[in-house]
Design a protein around this ligand. Structure first.
Ligand SMILES: [Zn+2]
Length: 306
C-alpha cells in the first residue's frame, strides 16, 4: 500500500509535490474580511505563476467549507500553472458563518467532511486532501470542540490529516489534548498552524514532543510583531531534534497581500524566507522542511473513493 497526496488533479506520490507552501490561500471569502476577499481568478493564476517562477511546486489551500474555496476552478489553475494544489474541507471559527448555516451543518458535519474528502466539494468532483479546523484564543469554545470532534470522525474514516488554525498561535496544547488525547488521532496526522504568532519556545517544544507537525506561516502586517522570531523559533526546534516536524507557509489571506497586488504573497516564502532560514538552519534542513516534511504529513495511506 502506497501513501499518496490528494491533489485537485488526483492522487500523487508525495515526492511529486516538490517545494511545498504548506499553508496558503488562493480563494477565501469571509464576512470578517470585507473588501479583502480572495475571489479573483486571474489574480490567483498570476500569483501561482509568480510562485512557480520562484521555484514553487505545490500549495496547500487551508480554506475550509463555506468560505469561497472555488474548488471547481482549482484543477484548471493547477494545469495552467504547473503548481500542484491540495484543497481542504473543514470549518473555521463560528464568526465566519451565519447562525443559519451552522444550524444546517450541526447534525451532518462529519458526513460533509467525509463527502468532500472522498466524493468531492459541492458538485465539482474535486476532492479535499485535508481537514482544517480552528481553535480560539487560549481556549476551545463549544464550536471548536464540535468541529474538532467532527474532524476526528472524518479523519478516522479517511486517514486525512487535520490542520489547525490557532488564534494568535495559542491553545496548541489544548488542541493536542482534545485531538490526540481524547479523540485518538496519531499526533503525526496533526498540523498545528500559526505557531509564529505566539513565539513561546517552551510551548513549541511541548507540542513538538507530541510528534505533531508545527507550521510557521506568514508574514503579514497583522503578525509583524512576532514574525521576526521565526528563525530563532525554528532553530530552537531543529536543535532539539524536531527538524522533521517543521512546515512553512505563506498564508495569504487578503487580496492586498498577494505579490501580484504589491504584497509579499506566495513568492516571498521562497524569495526571502527561504534564504533567511538557510542562514540559521542550513540549506539541507530547509529543503527537507519545504519538500520532505509536507510530502510526509499530507500523504495518506489509503483514502476511500480512490
Ligand atoms: Zn490560513
Amino acid at each position: 500500500m502506497t501513501a499518496t497526496v490528494r491533489t485537485v488533479l488526483g492522487d500523487v506520490a508525495p515526492e511529486e509535490l516538490g517545494v511545498c507552501d504548506a499553508h496558503d490561500h488562493l480563494f477565501f471569502r469571509s464576512p470578517l474580511l470585507p473588501g479583502q476577499e480572495l475571489d479573483d481568478t486571474a489574480a490567483a493564476e498570476a500569483e501561482l505563476h509568480a510562485y512557480r517562477n520562484a521555484g514553487g511546486g505545490a500549495v496547500v489551500q487551508w480554506t475550509p467549507h463555506g468560505l469561497g474555496r472555488r474548488a471547481e476552478l482549482l484543477p484548471e489553475l493547477s494545469t495552467a500553472t504547473g503548481v500542484r494544489i491540495v484543497a481542504a474541507t473543514g470549518l473555521h471559527q463560528a464568526a465566519h458563518y451565519t447562525p443559519e448555516s451552522l444550524a444546517r451543518l450541526r447534525p451532518v458535519l462529519a458526513d460533509v467532511f467525509v463527502r468532500e474528502l472522498t466524493e468531492g466539494i459541492g458538485d465539482s468532483g474535486v476532492r479535499a486532501g485535508l481537514i482544517k479546523v480552528a481553535g480560539g484564543f487560549h481556549a476551545l469554545d463549544d464550536h471548536a470542540v464540535w468541529t474538532m470532534r467532527a474532524a476526528a470522525e472524518a479523519h478516522h474514516a479517511t486517514g486525512a490529516p487535520i490542520a489547525v488554525h490557532h488564534e494568535l498561535g495559542t491553545g496548541v496544547l489544548d488542541v493536542l489534548d482534545l485531538l490526540c488525547g481524547e479523540l485518538g488521532l496519531a499526533p503525526e496526522r496533526v498540523v498545528l498552524g500559526h505557531l509564529n504568532r505566539s513565539p513561546d519556545f517552551a510551548v513549541h517544544r511541548q507540542a513538538a514532543e507530541s510528534g505533531a507537525y508545527l507550521a510557521f506561516d506568514g508574514p503579514s502586517r497583522a503578525n509583524h510583531a512576532t514574525d521576526w522570531r521565526m528563525p530563532d523559533a525554528m532553530a530552537a526546534l531543529a536543535d532539539a531534534g524536531y527538524g522533521d516536524r517543521l512546515l512553512l507557509g505563506g498564508d495569504t489571506t487578503t487580496a492586498g497581500a498577494r505579490s501580484v497586488s504589491g504584497g509579499p504573497g506566495m513568492p516571498y516564502l521562497l524569495r526571502r524566507v527561504r534564504p533567511r532560514l538557510e542562514l540559521v538552519l542550513g540549506k539541507a534542513l530547509v529543503d527537507r522542511i519545504l519538500v520532505d516534511n509536507p510530502g510526509r504529513v499530507f500523504a495518506v495511506e489509503r483514502l476511500p473513493g480512490t
